[in-house]
Design a protein around this ligand. Structure first.
Ligand SMILES: [Zn+2]
Length: 401
């Protein structure tokens, strides 16, 4: 019987381990049917030969309706008032940009208008294979506090319960726990938005809904609260310290370090007119992040790769690979970097079988260069498979005649 698809890879990654030997990956009815050693000669409707194949990548934190390529402050501001059609168009373009990098699943981190839910529905039935979208809908923030572009406001326990009851269509619960960073002062602006009792309420509500929690959180006050509440993952996590990190390992709290938005500011301070003191502050913040990233990998903290794409200068697709490069530069071993964008999120969010093995969803990607040689080369996938459906990069299609 002919298979739907066969991928003959020279090297492959299974979500945790790199295999420096050829394999044949067979796909039937949207699932991985077999992973056989060597290059077999299977009968299949489509046969792909590739230097490297692996699970499709997961972007663990982005904002689909925002355009991360845009760096002009006034135009970014105007986009927030551009309306549904413009936001949807941006989101569609972002999904294609991410697919081009081999991304087959994305977790949106909140938008105030629920464009993320609509893109999730569209992508699921699109004529072309697009990344699967996980959507929290609107995030939750304290009334009047940071997070206006992505969150709904709550104030009382009754508000929180109402907001939770309205989230039956959410894949995740996004909580805006702290404010943003004051780069020059090297602090987070304001106290945490929710206290321990409120966080417990949110965590219990998410458990009832059966969905993971993730919290925008930087600064020690917020980090301690998030870990004590046992939230699913900490997003950003700037100003991390060893005591918090050790408790994260102990309690299984994940960390999405979103290196990119801060790194962009350090590289291009002119974008938002940062002064020398702020740039020096940024460098210290990134150095601290780097140290704790390496420790997180050593101590077994669940690392999740998310770029916060949509932030100023943080482009969808491209920036996720940048996150992996930053992890590697900080001292995280290559396999752990790759796992942060494959098996780790699939396992943390219970998205089916986390490893590339028989029975797993056929969410796969092929590249021309092994990440052992260059993580940067992951920016150009030659083929992407979502639920067994094949998309090929135009250059690859052209080369094949
Ligand atoms: Zn974000």
């Amino acid at each position: 019987m002919a298979h739907d698809l066969a991928i003959l890879a020279d090297e492959w990654f299974d979500g945790e381990r790199l295999h420096r030997s050829p394999a044949t990956i067979l796909v039937d009815a949207g699932l991985v049917a077999a992973v056989l050693p060597g290059h077999q000669g299977p009968r299949a409707a489509e046969i792909l030969r590739t230097p490297f194949a692996g699970p499709g990548l997961v972007e663990c934190h982005c904002h689909l309706f925002l355009d991360g390529v845009e760096t002009d402050g006034r135009r970014r501001e105007a986009h927030l008032a551009a309306g549904e059609q413009a936001w949807l168009a941006t989101g569609r373009a972002n999904l294609r940009r991410m697919r081009a990098c081999g991304i087959t699943a994305v977790r949106d981190a909140g938008d105030r208008w629920g464009i993320n839910h609509r893109l999730r529905a569209e992508a699921a039935v699109a004529a072309e294979p697009l990344p699967r979208v996980r959507s929290p809908g609107r995030a939750l923030r304290r009334k009047g506090r940071y997070g206006g572009f992505m969150a709904e406001e709550v104030e009382t326990a009754a508000d929180i319960e109402r907001a939770l009851a309205a989230r039956t269509d959410a894949d995740d619960l996004k909580i805006v726990l702290t404010g943003i960073i004051d780069f020059a002062a090297g602090t987070v602006k304001g106290a945490p938005q929710f206290n321990a009792e409120e966080l417990a309420l949110l965590a219990a509500g998410a458990r009832r809904l059966g969905i993971p929690t993730f919290a925008h959180c930087s600064g020690l006050d917020g980090l301690r609260l998030a870990v004590d509440a046992g939230l699913g993952s900490i997003e950003h996590g700037f100003f991390m310290d060893q005591a918090v990190l050790a408790r994260m390992a102990e309690r299984g709290v994940g960390w999405t370090p979103t290196w990119s938005p801060v790194a962009v500011m350090a590289e291009r301070p002119g974008l938002i007119g940062l002064d020398a003191a702020s740039v020096a502050g940024l460098e210290r913040i990134l150095a601290n992040h780097r140290r704790h990233l390496a420790l997180a990998a050593q101590w077994g903290v669940v690392l999740l790769a998310g770029s916060d794409a949509g932030s100023c200068g943080v482009a969808h697709g491209d920036a996720l690979i940048g996150e992996l490069e930053a992890m590697q530069a900080a001292g995280v071993p290559l396999e752990a970097c790759l796992a942060a964008a494959t098996a780790a999120p699939r396992r943390a969010w219970k998205m089916g079988a986390p490893l590339l093995a028989p029975g797993a969803a056929a969410d796969l990607a092929c590249w021309e260069v092994s990440p052992r040689e260059s993580l940067a080369a992951l920016r150009q996938a030659t083929a992407v498979v979502v639920g067994g459906r094949l998309w090929r990069a135009e250059a690859a299609v052209a080369a094949a005649g």
